[in-house]
Design a protein around this ligand. Structure first.
Ligand SMILES: CC(C)(COP(=O)(O)OP(=O)(O)OC[C@H]1O[C@@H](n2cnc3c(N)ncnc32)[C@H](O)[C@@H]1OP(=O)(O)O)[C@@H](O)C(=O)NCCC(=O)NCCS
Length: 236
């Protein structure tokens, strides 16, 4: 059955990247030559296989909206590496992120979109990273979070920031210190909590807690407000 995507909806698909055997072999067959060349550059097979399965899943999801075969889709890349579809011509926008064994694919119609997913981990040099990448206000709010919750607050801010960078298509050319998403750190008592929605300069920012994807924090940034957002598992 074809997938449907309305103008005011954003769909987020959660993809389990633990694939092997025939499932993985089939994923390889869906990729283009340039994607396969990229896959060959991974040093460890486990990272290569996750990349391949994530790309194949992205192709399947987009093909589901477009009523095409996944292998027929052709991507092109912005100056900073953001992929978009060139064949077929479509108003569907998408963005993807991977963390360990999970990928997140966001799809919208006619509005730029950026997503990020990070697996929750405690072995992060939070203070050092925040000094390097966070704005003064973000650092200020982070310091108010109790130490045992600081890694969650850090990841919440990080995913929101990455989603902004990715929505804006600029990649590493944007100075992360100049992007301020300190609003996402207002709830310092439970930074891994449920979904919160914010509006920043005409962009909608959604920060998702662990209820959306177990063991992970995620964020979505997209143009416009009043959107309906659905997070769901991709079963292939
Ligand atoms: C690509 C980038 C935007 C995010 O990379 P990342 O967090 O390592 O990786 P993610 O898994 O979240 O996202 C990778 C996907 O984003 C997409 N992507 C690549 N370049 C992109 C860009 N310029 N803009 C938006 N999306 C991009 C691709 O689909 C890519 O998937 P692929 O590896 O299968 O091709 C990275 O180049 C970057 O610039 N990161 C900012 C780094 C930084 O300074 N962060 C500090 C906090 S903002």
């Amino acid at each position: 059955m074809p997938l449907l995507l309305n103008d005011n909806s954003v769909e987020l698909w959660v993809v389990d990247l633990r694939a092997s055997g025939v499932k993985l072999e089939h994923a390889f067959q869906l990729l283009s030559d340039d994607e396969l060349r990229r896959a060959e550059q991974f040093r460890f097979p486990v990272h290569r296989d996750r990349f391949v399965f994530a790309r194949a899943s992205l192709r399947r999801i987009l093909a589901g909206y477009l009523g095409m075969e996944p292998a027929e889709l052709v991507f092109t890349y912005s100056e900073f590496g953001k992929p978009r579809l060139v064949t077929p011509r479509t108003d569907i926008c998408f963005n993807a992120s991977r963390s360990h064994e999970t990928a997140l694919v966001g799809c919208s119609r006619g509005r730029e979109i950026g997503v990020d997913i990070e697996r929750i981990r405690r072995d992060l040099e939070v203070d050092d990273l925040a000094q390097r990448f966070f704005s003064a206000k973000e650092n200020e709010r982070l310091r108010t979070v109790p130490p045992q919750l600081r890694h969650l607050a850090f990841l919440r801010c990080w995913t929101c920031k990455e989603a902004f960078v990715k929505a804006a298509r600029m990649g590493l050319s944007l100075d992360p210190v100049k992007i301020d998403v300190s609003v996402a750190l207002a709830n310092s008592s439970d930074p891994g909590a449920g979904t919160e929605e914010f509006t920043v300069n005409g962009w909608s920012l959604f920060a998702f807690g662990t209820a959306a994807v177990e063991g992970h924090l995620c964020a979505l940034v997209t143009k416009g407000t009043g959107l309906s957002v659905r997070v769901q598992p991709w079963s292939g």
